[in-house]
Design a protein around this ligand. Structure first.
Ligand SMILES: NC(=O)c1ccc[n+]([C@@H]2O[C@H](COP(=O)([O-])OP(=O)(O)OC[C@H]3O[C@@H](n4cnc5c(N)ncnc54)[C@H](O)[C@@H]3O)[C@@H](O)[C@H]2O)c1
Length: 346
């Protein structure tokens, strides 16, 4: 594609970041935004061409015919609205989690493949500078054979407002496991070299959020904390803990450690929030060595720029529908395992 990629965004919460990403990308042009909330739309009135603000995504797709549509909506709308956009001939960058169920995710992938459109999934932590550097290092064979990983994301007080879509399974698909776990489990598997998961075993605890929400008469039926174990075909293992409400010193605690026969890689946050570091450990002639990734590097593009590049150059998005489907199978398998109290084969 020689001209600028014409981009549109549906959903302007997280989607406002997508819109800003396209506005800053030299190869993209933001041609329309869509939201049911006029206040959120209003913020983009000077950023899109006249007539580029919509509350009906179908009308927007028909009138604007964008090349690329970002779908940044509540989880229950990811599948139907991504499918509408793909069928209208647009490439799609869909927010995580790809969908609420494996069936929905498979449907999205099927439509994308039939329409020959790209389907990117915003597994956004892959795009952080340290993560890219660690992945490049892993791809050189630095780890030897990656055989175990540990990953976590726990929040001190991260319950979403009770009564909203995030805390209602029928609208979100689940709580912190599907919301935060999707990122950290994906990060671990990606750094491990994408081994094939074969079984999962999980627990989901409903001890804090449900009673708190009940007290204030608001809807909330998601877990507070999920923990589990994933087994891979090559014998590797992964353990994780994910929570929206953990007793801990810092606001956010994120870390992914991948252990191999020759070294280890760590991607974690530092301090309270979203400053990330990458660390590597290995051994030469019995000497234990470690180092740190200096980042962010100016060369690292964000998810929006990467998706525009993938459309423009006809390349594979850094995180695509196949990655989204793989993690969807794991997440849904873990919820099933927590429900029945035993391991689930995928
Ligand atoms: N990748 C990340 O790191 C990251 C971070 C935050 C959120 N997210 C994801 O982004 C998605 C949206 O989350 P959010 O925090 O922005 O939620 P939100 O509720 O703040 O925003 C959703 C927006 O969608 C709009 N909307 C709802 N139905 C619509 C429809 N039919 N047509 C047009 N607009 C509609 C709402 O008015 C609202 O403005 C979720 O899937 C979430 O998991 C991803």
């Amino acid at each position: 594609m020689s001209s600028a990629v014409r981009c549109a965004v549906v959903g302007l919460g997280m989607g406002s970041g997508h819109a800003k990403g396209y506005l800053e990308c030299p190869d993209a042009k933001l041609v329309a935004v869509c939201d049911l909330d006029p206040k959120r739309l209003e913020k983009f009135k000077d950023s899109v061409p006249a007539g580029g603000m919509y509350s009906d995504h179908k009308k927007m797709l028909k009138e604007v015919k964008p090349d690329l549509v970002s779908v940044a909506l509540p989880n229950f709308l990811h599948a139907p609205i991504s499918i509408d956009a793909l069928k209208a001939g647009a490439h799609v960058l869909c927010e995580k989690p790809m969908a609420m169920t494996v069936k929905q995710a498979e449907g999205m992938l099927r439509v994308a493949e039939k329409a020959r459109r790209k389907l990117g999934i915003n597994l956004s932590y892959r795009f952080t500078g340290p993560a890219r550097a660690l992945k490049d290092l892993a791809d050189t064979g630095f780890l030897g054979q990656a055989y175990h990983a540990h990953t976590r994301w726990t929040r001190r007080d991260g319950f979403p407002g009770f009564g909203g879509w995030f805390g209602q399974k029928k609208l979100s698909g689940g709580g912190p496991l599907i919301d935060l776990g999707v990122h950290r489990i994906d990060m671990a598997i990606w750094l491990m070299g994408s081994p094939e998961p074969v079984s999962v075993s999980g627990s989901a605890h409903y001890r804090v959020g449900v009673p708190r929400a009940k007290k204030v008469g608001k809807a909330y039926d998601c877990e507070d904390l999920a923990a589990g174990y994933i087994r891979f075909k090559n014998g590797a293992s992964l353990v994780f803990e994910i929570s929206w409400g953990n007793h801990q010193a810092t606001r956010e605690k994120m870390g992914t450690e991948v252990i191999g026969t020759q070294g280890a890689l760590v991607h974690r946050n530092e301090g309270e929030g979203y400053d990330f570091v990458g660390e590597y450990f290995h051994e030469v002639n019995g000497h234990k060595l470690n180092g740190r990734v200096h980042s962010p590097s100016g060369a690292i593009a964000n998810a929006y720029v990467e998706m525009v590049r993938a459309v423009k150059n006809d390349t594979k998005p850094l995180a695509d529908g196949h990655d989204g489907l793989r993690i969807q199978k794991i997440l849904n398998g873990l919820y099933k395992s927590a429900e029945i109290g035993r391991e689930v084969r995928l």
